[in-house]
Design a protein around this ligand. Structure first.
Ligand code: ATP
Ligand code: MG
Length: 387
């Protein structure tokens, strides 16, 4: 029997070169692969780790040829890479995830329509392309609602909460602005007890691995912290894993996927969204799992056997957002952090600090959940004052 794997020494391509691409590239390099990174931003962190760097626009046809000639398989670190480029690449080399999966997931309307067509639970939603449709959607769903641009949003950008029908006026004005999105999804605002997420790894043959359910806290739409394991009963954890796997299997997804869920105050689980790539809420896997989400991405892209997803101990991951990163850059701040047992610092090497930009993260680890949570809590309180 021939084993169809991409052997170490091969070149693996990654579209997008942010911190997720950099962490993927580090894992790939460690495992003996070369990495071709394509990101139009020359300062994107993954370029520093690449064997081959492409910093042209994704529409550049000669780069596309060169990239395809170098790589033996390709993955993405960002779902918004042009699906057309992925379609073209996948005629030349394996593309994980496929362009079909990317085009379904990179459009919030297509994604929600797909999930509901498969009877997977999502918040009630409506597609909106005009002010009139917005009024109808609000009347049908009832306020409050969340309006999101159909494409390109991340970290809560391109989202508005409308608390009363009168708030729609403001959004209608935004919709009329030149260059504004023409397609929106309006969702019922979900009152949730907690937000959860599940990483699902699935290969060509339909084999899969599930990571433990984690709990996420957001601040102004941006992930603030992730705690693993989530403090939920085992019945909810099983249901969360089951629905996440069902969603990825329905997509016939091949790659690493993160399924974000709302656990409502009524006890229901609703899928918020699915990312077809490693996820910020899975960064803890680097420090407290036998195989990280990035190594799994290498494995699934190269057709290697999938890795185990064993949790070695509890963890809390705290993001360093914008100016907060300065708190660990000073002599005092970084010395304090490195004196904290079990604290692991990851800095992404981004040149520019901008409000809301993810600059790094810290994973607090240790043998006892309470101690890990207390260390993370203390760190977060000081972040607010020292940033
Ligand atoms: P990210 O890039 O961080 O995953 P995003 O910009 O793609 O985020 P969402 O995940 O849809 O956008 O929303 C960000 C956050 O806003 C959610 O994690 C949740 O806290 C809140 N949110 C989104 N949709 C709803 C909803 N229908 N009801 C209540 N809260 C919501
Ligand atoms: Mg999200």
């Amino acid at each position: 029997m021939t084993i169809r794997i991409l052997e170490p020494g091969a070149v693996v391509g990654v579209l997008g070169g942010g911190q997720l691409g950099a962490m993927f590239a580090s894992a790939a390099r460690r495992m003996g692969y070369h990495v071709a990174v394509w990101d139009p931003d020359i300062d994107a962190p993954a370029h520093q780790i690449a064997t081959h760097s492409f910093s042209t626009a994704f529409s550049d046809l000669s780069s596309r040829e060169q990239f395809a000639n170098i790589v033996q398989a390709t993955t993405v670190e960002w779902e918004n890479v042009p699906a057309e480029l992925c379609r073209w690449l996948e005629e030349r080399c394996p593309m994980r995830p496929s362009s079909k999966v990317l085009s379904t997931l990179q459009d919030r309307i297509a994604q929600k329509q797909f999930l509901s067509s498969r009877q997977l639970p999502v918040a009630p939603f409506a597609m909106v392309e005009s002010g009139d449709q917005l009024a109808e959607a609000i009347a049908r769903l009832g306020c409050p609602v969340v309006c999101k641009t159909a494409t390109s949003g991340y970290d809560g950008r391109g989202q508005w909460i409308l608390r009363t029908p009168a708030d729609a006026k403001q959004l209608e004005t935004i919709m009329k602005q030149p260059g504004s999105s023409q397609r929106w999804i309006v969702e019922r605002f979900i009152v949730f007890a907690r937000e959860l997420s599940v990483l699902v790894v699935r290969n060509e043959g339909g084999e899969f691995r599930l990571y433990p359910v984690v709990e996420n806290w957001h601040e102004q739409g941006i992930l603030r912290a992730t705690c693993v394991p989530a403090s939920i009963d085992s019945g909810i954890a099983e249901r969360a894993k089951e629905v996440s796997l069902q969603a990825v299997a329905a997509l016939q997804g091949v790659g690493v996927f993160c399924v974000e869920l709302f656990h409502t105050t009524d006890g229901d689980l609703l899928i918020n969204e699915i990312a077809p790539r490693p996820h910020n809420s899975g960064h803890y896997t680097l420090d407290v799992c036998s195989v990280s989400q990035f190594e799994q991405q290498v494995r699934v892209t190269c057709d290697l056997p999938l890795g185990e997803t064993r949790l070695l101990g509890p963890a809390v991951m705290v993001n360093l957002i914008g100016e907060e990163v300065r708190s660990v850059m000073s002599a005092e701040g970084c010395s304090n952090l490195h004196s904290t047992p079990g604290a692991v610092l990851h800095l992404y090497g981004k040149q520019m600090i901008r409000p809301g930009r993810k600059m790094g993260h810290v994973t607090f680890t240790g043998p006892q959940e309470e101690l890990v949570a207390a260390a993370a809590q203390k760190f977060m309180v000081n972040l607010g004052t020292s940033a």
